[in-house]
Ligand binder design. Structure first.
Ligand SMILES: Cc1cc2nc3c(=O)[nH]c(=O)nc-3n(C[C@H](O)[C@H](O)[C@H](O)COP(=O)(O)OP(=O)(O)OC[C@H]3O[C@@H](n4cnc5c(N)ncnc54)[C@H](O)[C@@H]3O)c2cc1C
Length: 340
């Protein structure tokens, strides 16, 4: 079992969790950040990396992915450890310190927890196919990082939204073959993309298998070899392939946190907004996941809540010490000499 120890465990690497790394670092606290996704950035990365955000103060506009990159850069001098592709699941408390067990078996021991879980742990919606887990990460994928990994491969893409349509268009140029499987002939994609799909189909660069639904997966020597699909009249077709990409949207899961004894429900986590502490001492919550009267679900609000939680976390960790409030202009940051 991999064991980690830190001052503060941050659950969620969305924009609010990342800015909390900085706020905690400024007052001398180390943090570890866990996220279910394999990349940092929460909603900004998973849902709108290219969209411009207009209401980050002092930025006329900044795309979701660019905001995350800058937040990570700002946090970097405090050496946060990112534990990605795993969920925070079980919480235990002993002698005033917390242990949180992750879905991959690793355990983080910490003095405080800051929950920045947004709308819940993100994960792919899996199609209900037997044994799909055994191919995940090797020949079944839910996210695509680069088109190159599919060069000269035979690909099946399943789904009817923007992601499925966009990747079908992109991969048709690099893969040996692309078959797009969807329950309906119509796609919920931008008009230009739909047109491109039709052009690629006419040019023989793409096969649209619709209306069809996936029935089962076949393998050879442990590797995916074919996807079996069925049409409305019950006829089955076997599509030979090297990889299956499934785009059925993102699932959000807050259920693990609902067992932490902090009053978490589908409506979020109630907090005292003077400290952002939950009903359990030493456990704070910030960002979209919190609920209090007047809560605004904005990135800006989450940044502020992170600063409040950081100061309250320090007071919790060092109850006998007196702290003097310092501006960042006085404190500076690692790697930069402070201005006298
Ligand atoms: C299309 C769109 C446009 C938007 N535009 C704006 C805008 O213009 N301005 C603005 O201010 N806001 C905007 N928002 C809202 C903004 O994105 C959210 O307020 C912000 O992402 C909240 O940040 P967060 O860090 O609290 O949570 P999130 O970004 O939701 O991140 C939470 C992270 O926690 C992880 N997580 C949760 N539970 C666990 C667990 N148990 N274990 C491990 N990981 C876990 C999740 O996987 C996720 O990555 C927009 C949202 C959308 C969808």
């Amino acid at each position: 079992v991999k064991q980690y120890s830190t001052d503060v465990l941050i659950v969620g690497a969305g924009p609010v969790g990342l800015s909390a790394v900085f706020s905690l670092g400024q007052i001398g606290l180390r943090s570890i950040v866990v996220d279910a996704l394999d990349a940092i950035g929460g909603q900004c990365t998973a849902l709108y990396p290219e969209k411009p955000i207009y209401d980050i103060p002092a930025r006329m506009q900044i795309a979701g992915a660019a905001l995350i990159e800058e937040l990570a850069q700002q946090a970097a001098p405090y050496n946060p450890v990112y534990l990605l592709s795993r969920r925070a699941i079980d919480l235990t408390e002993q002698n005033g310190s917390f242990s949180v067990a992750m879905s991959d078996g690793s355990v983080v021991t910490c003095g405080c927890i800051v929950i920045a879980a947004g709308v819940g742990a993100f994960g792919p919606n899996r199609p209900p196919l037997a044994n799909i887990e055994q191919f995940e990460g090797r020949s079944v994928h839910y996210f695509v990082r680069s088109a190159e990994q599919f060069r000269n491969k035979r690909i099946v893409i399943a789904g009817g939204g923007d992601s499925a349509a966009d990747w079908a268009v992109i991969l048709a140029e690099v893969a040996t073959s692309v078959t797009l499987v969807h329950r309906r002939r119509a796609f919920r994609a931008a008009e230009a993309t739909q047109k491109k799909l039709e052009e690629l189909e006419l040019a023989g660069k793409l096969i649209i298998a619709a209306p069809q639904s996936m029935q089962s997966l076949e393998s050879e020597n442990g590797l995916l070899s074919a996807v079996v699909v069925k049409s409305d009249d019950g006829a089955q077709t076997r599509i030979s392939c090297d990889a299956l990409l499934c785009f059925f949207g993102l699932a959000k899961d807050l259920s693990a946190l609902m067992k932490w004894g902090i009053g978490a429900s589908r409506n979020g986590i109630p907090v005292d907004y003077a400290t952002m502490q939950t009903s359990r001492r030493g456990i704070f919550a910030i960002g979209d996941v919190v609920s209090y009267a007047g809560k605004l679900k904005l990135i800006l609000t989450g940044f502020s809540e992170g600063a409040v939680a950081a100061h309250a976390a320090r007071a919790h960790l060092f109850p006998d010490r007196q702290f003097h409030f310092e501006y960042s202009t006085t404190r500076g940051r690692p790697g930069i000499e402070k201005v006298a």
